[in-house]
Design a protein around this ligand. Structure first.
Ligand code: PMP
Length: 371
């Protein structure tokens, strides 16, 4: 007899928690692709045809034509010469940054980072042993000031930022960042985890707007509805990483079913303009409703809409009150966000119905008022 196993996420926009069915208002399945049949079908097809695992790392026997096919598709999608797949976005940032910075030896790179960059970027930089010159969040005047102040320091310059910030939902000005990087002969590294699939032409992210960045990464686990990550850039850099980056070389290659889902998502990307527009209009509606209720949503201009609260206990209380109304909104507290920066990180999906968006707004407002 087949046993029924309750799925954790039975439908787009819905999540099961402790037996309770909740509207998921804090996930990263921004386009609802996790439940698209095209992804599930290709994942099942590639599992049946090529097996459930790659069985080895890429440079041993784990590199199938499938990996190279998906990498070529990602490079076309990102409009770069080449791309490389990694096991996850966290692992990519933690592995690529140290090797990139170490490659400058004996020169000592001078690093400039946005104050709110993701933990995985910090981790990669930490491994390099280099000091960070941290500029105030999205404050490019401050970045220029720090660059000028470091003018006498020898060594190549690196600027590290995100195109959409994971906890604030605001965007970096990549056009200006590119100009600043060019003026200071700096290498620009951009994390597009939350823009990939969502923003830019065909969902290609924001790096294209700037006329390209030196190295760009993104994850395949959020809007792409799958798993894994990519780094995209010049052929020379990708070829070098393929041989030099331990986080690529010494780990098992992505399994065929995951690649199948990603491949199907890549094929769908040009057809999802209406979904991307719906996602942003869902977010605009939420920002508007919260704003009119007096709730601060920071500088959000994307599908990530933080409900700024301040104290961690208050954020937990608001999350509990939302849950009582059937909505899962996750309280994010320090050290993930700055001290007194606790918030509910609301993140919408194109798969949320109008009724679900309304329920999220209503639950958030009621919970905030009763905090
Ligand atoms: N970068 C950013 C900005 C992220 O928000 C995340 C995921 N939280 C990652 C990288 C890591 O990606 P992955 O989940 O694929 O490990």
């Amino acid at each position: 007899m087949r046993r029924h196993i309750a799925p954790v996420s039975p439908a787009p926009g819905i999540v099961l928690r402790d037996g309770q069915t909740l509207i998921n208002a804090s996930g990263n399945d921004y386009l609802g692709l996790v439940h698209r049949p095209e992804l599930a079908e290709r994942a099942a097809d590639w599992a049946a045809r090529f097996g459930t695992g790659a069985g080895a790392s890429r440079l041993v026997t784990g590199s199938f034509e499938l990996h190279r096919q998906v990498e070529r598709k990602i490079a076309r999608f990102k409009n770069t010469e080449a791309a490389l797949l990694f096991a996850s976005g966290w692992q990519l940032n933690a592995a690529v940054l140290p090797i990139l910075l170490a490659a400058c030896a004996p020169a000592r790179p001078v690093l400039f980072t946005d104050r709110l960059i993701h933990a995985s970027l910090h981790h990669g930089i930490l491994a390099s042993g280099l000091r960070q010159n941290r500029f105030r969040h999205n404050d490019l005047d401050h970045l220029e000031e720090l660059l000028d102040r470091a003018a006498s320091e020898p060594g190549p310059r690196f600027i590290v930022t995100e195109s959409v910030f994971s906890m604030d939902g605001d965007r970096a000005d990549l056009v200006r960042l590119r100009r600043i990087a060019d003026r200071h002969d700096a290498f620009l590294y951009v994390d597009e985890a939350h823009a990939t699939g969502v923003l830019g032409p065909g969902g290609a992210g924001l790096s294209g707007e700037a006329g390209g960045v030196d190295l760009v990464m993104g994850t395949l686990s959020k809007a792409f509805g799958g798993f894994g990550a990519y780094v995209a850039g010049s052929q020379v850099l990708c070829d070098w990483l393929l041989n030099a980056c331990s986080g690529f070389v010494h780990t098992t290659a992505l399994p065929p079913p995951v690649l199948g889902a990603v491949d199907a998502a890549l094929d769908l990307m040009p057809t999802l303009d209406a979904d991307r527009a719906r996602l942003q209009s869902n977010a605009a509606m939420l920002r508007d409703r919260l704003g009119r209720a007096g709730i601060d949503t920071g500088a959000s201009s994307t599908q990530i809409v933080p409900m700024m609260i301040g104290a961690a206990e208050d954020a937990l209380r608001v999350a509990d009150a939302m849950r009582e109304q059937g909505v899962l909104g996750i309280a994010i507290r320090p050290p993930t966000v700055p001290l007194r920066g606790s918030r509910i990180r609301l993140a919408l999906s194109a798969a949320h119905s109008d009724a679900q968006c309304e329920a999220i707004a209503q639950a958030a407002i009621t919970a905030w008022q009763s905090r």
